[in-house]
Design a protein around this ligand. Sequence first.
Ligand SMILES: Nc1ncnc2c1ncn2[C@@H]1O[C@H](COP(=O)(O)OP(=O)(O)OP(=O)(O)O)[C@@H](O)[C@H]1O
Length: 341
Amino acid sequence: MSEPLLEVEDLTIQYRTSEGPLTAVSGVSFTVDEGEYFGLVGESGCGKSTIVNAMIGGLDDNGEVVSGTIKYRGEEIQDFTEAQWNKTIRWKEISQIPQGSMNSLDPLKRIDEHALELADVHTDMTKKEALERFKELFETVGLKPERVKEYPHQFSGGMQQRAIIALALFLNPSLIIADEPTTALDVIMQDQIFKYIDRVQEEYEMSMLLITHDISLVFESCDSMGVMHGGQLAESGDVYDVFNTPRHPYAILLQEAFPDVRDPKRELGTIKGSPPQHLGEVAECTFVDRCPWAVEECRQRAPTLEAVDTAGEHRAACFRWNEVHELYEGPVETTPGGESP
Ligand SMILES: Nc1ncnc2c1ncn2[C@@H]1O[C@H](COP(=O)(O)OP(=O)(O)OP(=O)(O)O)[C@@H](O)[C@H]1O
């Protein structure tokens, strides 16, 4: 089998805080292959952005990879220096469509100047060649090529986000990270942006890492996925498997909380409480306080991600993974503390 493009292995990331080290990501492992569309899903605060930031050398100053590795094409990158990130990874290999386009374009620069700057720093393209390429990409994302000369404020939010997608594609990276790419856009625009992202992924056959809190989006677009809770990966595998036979209670309840094409009229569930924050080591299941099926063992130690199919590709971190399907009898409303009402 060929080497994965990206391999995250047993990754733990902490932030220094006045109360001690906060473990934002704990023992997370997943891979993204060439051309694969991977979705990382979970509520706010689960550690999704922390992982992504570590992948492009963008962790906040008080954040640190304390153990584990991030390999890109087989090379460990988690401890790269700023110069190494700039020279070998950012834009050329991994580029990002960030959460709020409004903040990522310099309001004082024309849109094409952003692209020309990238070309100047990272390539030997002439100005004319760079402009031609950027105009072509503008067309790919449904923008008129002549509009490259405009300033960000002349674009609507949706148009700015499409301009960002064109910029992310500009140096022909192998992996694009789309981190909640449609936050702050209206529903119709969200739909349109996702159509462009899906199209780009198919046309350019690049790998894509989608970060979102919306599990139905992942089911719609991605090939494989990881479900995160409280800094840990609760479940991962092929989208088809997680959709049809979720094995972690959080994956089941998260599915309940979003509309389902199989049953559009069903009532949406809620998961009360919020993902925990961990000071120090994570010593129990991160979902224990919200889980309707938690048992004593779940408090005694943290379950590790285990294979739940014979191929070993579908994995869940739950002591009761082979029972949850029987325990689950339709929508459950959990209360903090884990009891069903
Ligand atoms: N610089 C920081 N210092 C201290 N704690 C932080 C810092 N950045 C993030 N955190 C904490 O780390 C945890 C993970 O945050 P992260 O932003 O990675 O989650 P997320 O799933 O991406 O959420 P969102 O979708 O809201 O961005 C949270 O508890 C958050 O409060």
